[in-house]
Design a protein. Sequence first.
Length: 289
Amino acid sequence: MNKVLASLGSIVAVVAIAYLALVVLLFLFQRSLMYHPAAAVPTPADSGVGDMRVVDLHTEDGLTLKAWYAPPRAADGPVVVYFCGNAGHIGYRAFKVRRLLDAGFGALLVGYRGFGGNPGHPTEAGLYADGRAALRFLAGNGLAGDRIALYGESLGSGVAVRMAREQAGVAPVAAVVLETPYTSIADVAAWHYPFAPARWLVRDRFDALSAIGAIRAPLLVFHAKDDGIIPIDLARRLFAAATEPKEARWFDAGGHGGLFEAGAGDLVIDFIRRAATAGQTGRNPPLPR
């Protein structure tokens, strides 16, 4: 009996040590799990947006980042600031921005630190600094908040919400569009790693839920029910916490990266166009259809 208990005790000890080792590895390598930048340096022409030009964004911590910019077709048209997800580089989002440019909008594709040949390493604070650099660039080109729509894709939705909240006290933006958003990365981590105390291990939390109620801008959220990366329940919670005016579209299919093919492009263009028109005429929401 004593031998059996000793054997069980040894097994429990081994399992406990293995579990603790796994938790430690998750903590130490979490940013490698979270950020997947491509090192290749894309060009606008090769990505199908040759009418965009490469511009420099100067961050508050001394980095110079490459981004792509095209002004709106009309002198008073909106400019969409696009904050990407956690993988690849801005060239992978060019097909979406192409639709926005063809609709007459301007666009600024923000190149994050550490992505697409840019210097630095991505962190939550760093990506917020990159977002502020993008808004400073537009301000330097005479574009005020009511001419700007913030677009956040996946991880970038947290950046877009943070920038909208910061702008709300200065010059609220014309619109915020969130593709496959979340409440916080801590919640996403807890969903992916239910066997670990992931919620408490996350360094870069991107807490969009605490900021969404203060953005002071019309909001569009869209997400797919079959998204296996960020569960739609998190997007629904985020949307519920937002104040009016707000609109949502819950797609039956499209996964995490196929919503533009499912019709989200037309949805985004219509929403930004209505929000920009409402802002220019001084009308308050709900946005006219």
